[in-house]
Design a protein around this ligand. Structure first.
Ligand code: HAM
Length: 428
């Protein structure tokens, strides 16, 4: 189909998905759990714009990264300014941190955020062009214990959700002072193997040789097998820091693996980097649920004071695909379903439902004129815990029928008995 025809069809843009119920219930569940865990670690929420000036991402993520080179949604706005749909959240967090001079107000800042990100990648299972992330960023702490705390947070979050087969990978890419040494060692290993590298990696030899370590193309994967380890090229500071991280992880009993080949796709990292993969999932190459690392130079590079920082983000889609349990089981069922016979009875139910909602009950009311049988079927489908039925007789003497859908027990009660009876059934 031609591009024009694509645009004419009533369909979402390729790689951008709707999340409908009951799937959205699974998402809500994940979000609730993440928020509670993040807040339990002292992170507070920030809301950041979806659009930023393009230069922000070029300066932070790095010109020679795939994200900036070929994946950003960039356009001129009506004022002819170059604008980009954010491909990730760290850049905006750093911008906000500096723009609001947060470093002057508090020595340590812990933020979390969630929302859609955009990367023009080739869509496949677990990889989309609009995807959602939740992430944390901590500014002002140089000590390795916070690295371990964040890695443990990410691992525990996934494990507590019931995800098995987690692979926690950690590495250190060293600080800016260590980089030239490793880069030179890697280049002298890769140069003689140039011919067996893919076109992209041949280019990376000039722009960003570390990225070759991450290439999935078979020839490249083979070529890097004997590549020197970054961990053998760390200066004393980076080495001691990394030892501190692994020691703290052992103390926390987090299962992890040191992987010297681990590299990340964004240029701002210094020192510790990490990823958590779901190796038992069927996500294939897209099995990295979340990742992050230190970016101790970025705040200074962006014009602020020297400020150590570390963070991570996880992808909602990948996590929802991996999380065990049918989406329906995450749905929040009504506590009371109101079924009525006749218009007057429906009006009565409308009022009663209003009163109950004000007291905190979760209610669904059936507004349509259908048979009682159809209404009960609907209540069943919604997994309603109880059903209140009002018919002509009940209407006449201010009574109603309350049915416990679990036990099947049904009683005719006076209206003013409803709240205590519901409490008994619902709240034990
Ligand atoms: P990232 O590794 O680019 O890191 O993305 C983090 C997570 O977002 C990935 O592990 C993956 O689950 C998800 N993700 C990335 N791209 C896609 C995609 N196209 N489709 C679906 N999911 C995707 C960052 O973005 C850094 N900002 C993390 C960070 C925070 N580092 C320090 N602070």
């Amino acid at each position: 189909m031609s591009r024009d025809a694509d645009e004419g069809r009533l369909q979402a843009i390729k790689g951008m998905n709707d999340v409908l119920p009951p799937e959205s219930a699974k998402w809500n569940y994940i979000e609730r759990r993440a928020r509670s865990l993040f807040e339990g670690h002292g992170y507070r929420e920030i809301r950041i714009p979806i659009l930023e000036y393009t230069s922000l991402f070029v300066r932070t993520i790095g010109e020679a990264t795939d994200v900036v080179e070929k994946e950003m949604y960039t356009f001129l706005d009506r004022d002819k300014r170059s604008i980009t749909l954010r491909p990730e959240g760290t850049a905006s967090a750093v911008r906000a941190y500096l723009e609001h001079s947060v470093h002057v107000k508090e020595p340590v800042t812990r933020w979390y955020y969630s929302g859609p990100m955009f990367r023009h990648e080739r869509p496949q299972k677990g990889r989309y062009r609009q995807f959602y992330q939740m992430g944390v960023e901590a500014f002002g702490v140089a000590e390795p214990t916070i690295d371990a705390e964040q890695i443990a947070l990410l691992q525990t979050f996934f494990a507590d959700l019931g995800i098995t087969g987690l692979d926690v990978l950690v590495n250190s890419v060293g600080g800016p002072e260590d980089r030239p040494l490793y880069r030179a060692a890697l280049l002298s290993y890769l140069e003689p193997r140039r011919a067996s590298l893919c076109e992209d990696c041949q280019r990376r030899l000039v722009t960003n040789p570390l990225r070759v370590l991450d290439c999935k193309v078979e020839g490249c994967a083979r070529a890097i097998q004997g590549a020197p380890s970054v961990l053998d090229h760390l200066g004393q500071g980076a080495r001691e820091h990394f030892e501190g991280v692994t020691e703290a992880l052992k103390e926390l009993e987090v299962p992890f693996r040191v992987e010297p080949r681990l590299v990340r796709g964004l240029d701002y990292y210094t020192g510790t980097i990490f990823e958590v993969r779901a190796i038992a999932s069927d996500l294939g190459a897209q099995n990295t649920l979340g990742g992050g690392g230190r970016y101790d130079s970025l705040v200074r590079e962006m014009g602020g004071p020297s400020t150590p920082a570390i963070g991570f983000a996880f992808g909602m889609e990948r996590l929802a695909l991996t999380l065990p349990g049918e989406p329906e089981t995450f749905d929040v069922a009504p506590e009371v379903f109101f079924a009525s016979h006749g218009e007057a009875a429906r009006l009565r139910c409308l009022k009663l439902a209003q009163k109950l909602r004000a007291r905190g009950f979760r209610i669904e009311l059936w507004h349509r004129t259908t048979s009682m049988k159809a209404q009960m079927k609907r209540a069943d489908k919604l997994l309603a815990r109880t059903v209140v039925v009002v018919g002509d007789e009940e209407l006449a003497d201010q009574h109603l029928v309350l049915r416990d859908m679990k036990s099947g027990e049904q009683r005719r009660i006076a209206e003013d008995e409803l709240v205590p009876e519901l409490k008994k059934i619902l709240r034990g």
